[in-house]
Write a protein that binds this ligand. Structure first.
Ligand SMILES: [Zn+2]
Length: 383
């Protein structure tokens, strides 16, 4: 090979390198546009929102490029997904955009509450009944079945009772002579929280798909929040007023009526828009503030109960978390102070989500204390 040929080869390789670098740079700038570092209006004829053609990754768009139905928070300037197909929206669970942390905060909360529900479910004596049923189906003769199953059931029940007494004698000075109090109000609360956290995660993940799905999922999200608020009332009201069933009925009936009114009101698509953010917060908060009435009543009734201060501390922690979260939700702080700086992390909705989980965990702690107390002190015993 001559020296001329070598230098021609080197020049052509250099040209190729420069060309590739220019293409990469062009691609990088385009991605920056898509990621909205440089918000720009869509070009004529270009579809606003959805970005890339077949076989290419869907890009992110700016607030100005969003379809009207997605313009909710003007202080978040970029990193939006818009008009994405369902599959692309699903896999965006593992991509960075302005909803990533909104989805994950409540998805992690959902998993935590599923774990708590399962941990509590295996603790309850009913599991022994299930074991009995299962063993019955494995036997051969029908007569043998019944006596064998009865024996097993008795043994299983005795074991669970022994375990409970053993556990309680560790915690208390004497075992309770009563059966443990019913757990269904506790599971209503856990179920309500699980539903709310899951519907919120689904809403944040898929509402970028289309106008119709966006409206549907937003309504589902509001129904989830309402269900969580109503279900949170069940354990404290049920266990505190267990010996006064008419108060149980008045308070649980009252909050359920308020919840149904809230759901019916929020089913209007207009009320799902950003303009009515404060109105929605007011509806949810009024349901929360309704809790002050039974809380004051419960304090008066249980004034001498040694567990009152600690339960009250947990419930105050819950109220404080929800109020703080709502203030962030309504005020849209900190992104209103520095629009565009908190698009990916640190904006008000993410902070609101974290406070919702903290509030639910504080309420869970208060409910465990109430259960422990009601297992010890039942209606025929003085407090
Ligand atoms: Zn949310």
């Amino acid at each position: 090979m001559s020296s001329n040929e070598v230098s021609r080869g080197a020049v052509s390789r250099k040209k190729k390198k420069v060309g590739k670098a220019l293409m990469d740079r062009h691609h990088h700038l385009r991605c920056q546009d898509e990621g909205n570092q440089l918000p720009s209006a869509p070009a004529k004829g270009e579809d606003s929102g959805g970005c890339c053609k077949k076989g290419r990754r869907y890009g992110l768009v700016s607030f100005r490029e969003l379809p009207e139905y997605m313009k909710d928070n003007e202080f978040i300037l970029g990193f939006y997904r818009a008009n994405w197909p369902i599959s692309e929206a699903f896999f965006s669970l593992f991509r960075w955009h302005n909803e990533t942390l909104n989805v994950w905060t409540h998805l992690i909360g959902f998993l935590v509450f599923v774990g708590l529900a399962m941990a509590n479910f295996v603790e309850i004596p009913r599991v022994a009944d299930l074991l009995g049923l299962f063993s019955r189906s494995n036997s051969t003769s029908p007569d043998m079945n019944i006596s064998y199953a009865k024996d097993l059931l008795l043994v299983a029940n005795a074991l669970v009772k022994l375990k409970r007494i053993g556990l309680e004698s560790d915690r208390l000075e004497f075992p309770s002579p009563h059966d443990p109090v019913t757990r269904w109000p506790f599971f209503v609360f856990l179920g309500g929280s699980i539903f709310c956290l899951l519907s919120s995660s689904i809403c944040h993940l898929f509402s970028c798909h289309s106008y119709r799905l966006n409206v549907l999922l937003l309504r589902m999200d509001y129904v989830g929040i309402t269900v969580m608020i109503i279900s949170s009332f069940f354990p404290p009201i049920y266990y505190i007023f267990q010996c006064d069933p008419h108060w149980q009925l008045i308070y649980l009936g009252g909050i359920t009526v308020m919840g149904v009114f809230t759901i019916v009101t929020l089913l209007s698509p207009t009320l799902s828009t950003g303009k009515f953010r404060a109105f929605r917060a007011m509806l949810f908060s009024s349901m929360g503030f309704f809790g002050i009435v039974p809380a004051v009543h419960a304090c008066i009734v249980n004034w001498n109960n040694p567990q009152r201060p600690i339960t009250l501390a947990y419930e105050s922690g819950m109220a404080l978390s929800y109020i703080t979260g709502t203030l962030f939700y309504v005020s849209r702080i900190p992104e209103r102070w520095k629009p565009g700086c908190f698009d990916l992390a640190g904006h008000s909705h993410q902070i609101f989500h974290v406070f919702v989980i903290l509030g639910a965990l504080a309420h869970y702690g208060a409910t465990l204390l109430l259960l422990e107390w009601r297992d010890k002190v039942q209606c025929d015993m003085p407090i």
